[in-house]
Design a protein around this ligand. Structure first.
Ligand SMILES: *Cc1c(COP(=O)(O)O)cnc(C)c1O
Length: 371
């Protein structure tokens, strides 16, 4: 039996080890640990790779979203429409920026927010939309951007799971004035610790963001606005520069594994992700769907295959957001999805034998489901 853990950091580190060791050593020798030359170089290199004007590296993806919303002019009590199927951090960031999250139901084809549901959720208090490019598949941005233009709303893309994914040929995170990345270790581009970035396409917002991440300082020890401490460590920036050089090859391998899964798992009664005509997905996660999800996951575990659920509780039903008044039945597409989805292992270091082990185990698990 070929075991396939859900993730494998050792396999990830091994081929990069010499480059990473050299990068860390360089920072230690420099004696400069916060907001220095590595961070600046990473910001430049990421902007070139993603095709945006500028980048402001920050401490994590949550604060990237928070600071982007603050820079976009969010005010206390403003409503921000977002997806109910995401890391809870998306909605927590909206609250930290002073906003009230409003969850719009999903497009069942992609499990991204449904542009029509977004349009219906707009009220006179709505100020912004945060679409999430979930699992590495772009949200359908054009109708969302049309609603935003019509109603005068800001849009901040949550591209935390979608580094380098493309919507109609354009890299996500660069379709709006401000987009956001997370470099949490498991993300397609991951630090060995926390990290994040705001992708900046409107140069007018750049100075504000640079201040916001560093206590609101305009000059050293002169604080103009109430910023926070959200700085990227030089060590993480140096590591991210190494990983960025390998990102497009890693993405190709993810897409190859996804194609194999798609071919091998078709016709088995399993809901499979489908890349939409407007999308080039980067498969941060490979999420399948089945009414007997829990039984399948348990069977796969016995067969040595690691799986997880992203995410088991839709955000409108999370205890922390109960005060927003969400009820079971409010968002039927998201609720049905959360009850049926599970994620198969997908990472660039998986061997072909491991990919085959997953599809074989899943076929057998499906065949042996008790009636
Ligand atoms: C990871 C993630 C975040 C939060 O990023 P952190 O770096 O963990 O703060 C936000 N949104 C989505 C969709 C994510 O996957």
């Amino acid at each position: 039996m070929t075991a396939v853990p859900f993730g494998d950091f050792r396999a990830h580190l091994e081929p990069l080890r010499a480059e990473i060791d050299a990068a860390i050593a360089r920072v230690l020798e420099s004696g400069w640990f916060i907001l220095g030359p590595e961070c600046e170089a990473f910001e430049r290199e990421l902007a070139a790779e993603m095709g945006c004007r500028d980048v402001v590296a920050v401490a994590n993806g949550t604060e990237a979203i928070q600071l982007a919303l603050e820079a976009a002019g969010l005010r206390a009590g403003d409503e921000v429409i977002t997806s109910p199927l995401s890391a809870a951090f998306t909605a927590l960031a909206i609250e930290r920026a002073g906003g009230t999250p409003v969850f719009a139901d999903l497009d069942p084809k992609t499990l991204n927010v449904d542009p029509q549901a977004v349009a219906r959720a707009v009220t006179p208090r709505t100020r912004a939309i945060v679409p999430v490019h979930l699992y590495g598949h772009p949200a359908d941005m054009d109708p969302i951007l049309a609603t935003a233009a019509e109603r005068g709303l800001a849009v901040v893309e949550d591209a935390c799971q979608a580094h380098g994914a493309r919507y109609k040929g354009r890299t996500v995170g660069t379709l709006t004035p401000l987009g956001t990345h997370s470099y949490y270790p498991t993300k397609n581009l991951g630090a060995f610790g926390d990290g994040g970035a705001v992708l900046v396409n409107d140069p007018a917002l750049l100075p504000q963001l640079r201040r916001l991440r560093n206590g609101g300082q305009s000059d050293r020890y002169r604080h103009e606005i109430p910023g926070i401490n959200s700085r990227l460590d030089e060590i993480q920036a140096a590591i991210l520069r190494v990983k960025l050089r390998h990102l497009s090859a890693a993405t190709e391998r993810r897409r190859q594994i996804a194609a194999t899964y798609g071919a091998e798992l078709a016709g088995l009664g399993l809901g499979l992700p489908e890349e939409q005509p407007y999308a080039r997905a980067v498969y941060h996660l490979y999420v399948v769907r089945h009414p007997r999800r829990d039984a399948l996951m348990a069977d796969l575990k016995v067969r040595g295959i690691g799986t997880l659920i992203h995410y088991p509780i839709p955000l409108h039903l999370q205890p922390v957001f109960a005060r927003l008044g969400g009820r079971t039945g409010d968002l039927p597409v998201a609720e049905a999805a959360a009850a049926e989805i599970f994620s198969l292992p997908i990472y660039p270091e998986m061997s072909d034998a491991q990919v085959r082990a997953v599809t074989t185990a899943l076929r057998e698990a499906l065949r042996s489901l008790p009636a």
